[in-house]
Design a protein around this ligand. Structure first.
Ligand code: ADP
Ligand code: MG
Length: 229
């Protein structure tokens, strides 16, 4: 089976080599758990392999994303050269005005146009939290997200949808997507640790345990040998 490796040290070996092709994958975690970093690393790995990626930033401006890229010691220049795309969705849609409502149909319309310009096979949307809030009922959210996922798969993409998870979220998104990766940022006996767990991954065998990770110079570094219980 063809796959897109994540570029995250340790993660690819936990799931037989990465995300299976034509899948939509959900990355969940609280603030500061390194979701954005994960997304940037996934796009960066694509660049290393000559696979073009689009990082669609829904909440942060392009300028802030440049700062984030550089603070994680990634190279921004490929985004300026067009080896990968960094798009500020708010800027494109409303000229930078924030806090306007977005639904999945809007995103689909934008992507449908954008994907005509170039051959893109990796997509990150950071994040869909604001989009999910648009829907008044979990059923409606589920139905619309399902349609959106179907669209993404038809486009031959391997997608990473990022979402903020706090303790009281319902998590409808996880039912619809092909995989769910949960990031954590928790206090273990007075020590804060970042963790990663593959909660679900369709079409593949995967490691079920929660592992700690560190943020290193070259990104997320997962300790597959250590299990957190
Ligand atoms: N150069 C760096 N080295 C180590 N850690 C960093 C570096 N830059 C940012 N971080 C850490 O990464 C965290 C943010 O990661 P981010 O991917 O933005 O989280 P999220 O998107 O889940 O909110 C910050 O809280 C900070 O602690
Ligand atoms: Mg973020």
């Amino acid at each position: 089976m063809k796959r897109k490796n994540t570029g995250i040290t340790g993660l690819d070996e936990m799931c037989e080599g990465g995300f299976p092709n034509k899948t939509v994958n959900l990355l969940r975690g609280p603030t500061g758990s390194a979701k954005t970093l994960f997304g940037l690393q996934y796009i960066q790995e694509g660049m290393n392999k000559g696979e073009k990626g689009l990082f669609l930033s829904v909440e942060e401006s392009r300028e802030n994303m440049k700062r984030a890229v550089e603070s994680f010691s990634f190279d921004w220049r490929p985004y300026d050269r067009g080896d990968a795309y960094m798009v500020d969705y708010g800027e494109i849609r409303w000229g930078g005005e924030k806090d306007l409502e977005i639904c999945f149909k809007d995103l689909q319309e934008f992507l449908d146009q954008f994907l005509k310009n170039d051959k893109i096979c990796r997509l990150v949307i950071d994040s869909i939290s604001a989009v999910s809030l648009y829907y008044s009922s979990p059923e409606k959210l589920r139905r619309n997200l399902f349609e959106f996922c179907r669209f993404l798969k038809q486009k031959n993409l391997v997608t990473l949808l990022i979402t903020e998870s706090e303790k009281d979220t319902v998590g409808v998104e996880g039912f619809v997507t092909d995989s769910v990766i949960d990031l954590g940022y928790e206090n273990f006996n007075g020590e804060f640790r970042r963790t990663l767990k593959i909660t679900k991954m369709r079409f593949t065998n995967h490691d079920p345990y929660k592992h700690p990770f560190l943020i290193m110079e070259d990104g997320i570094d997962l300790s597959v040998d250590e299990i957190i219980r």
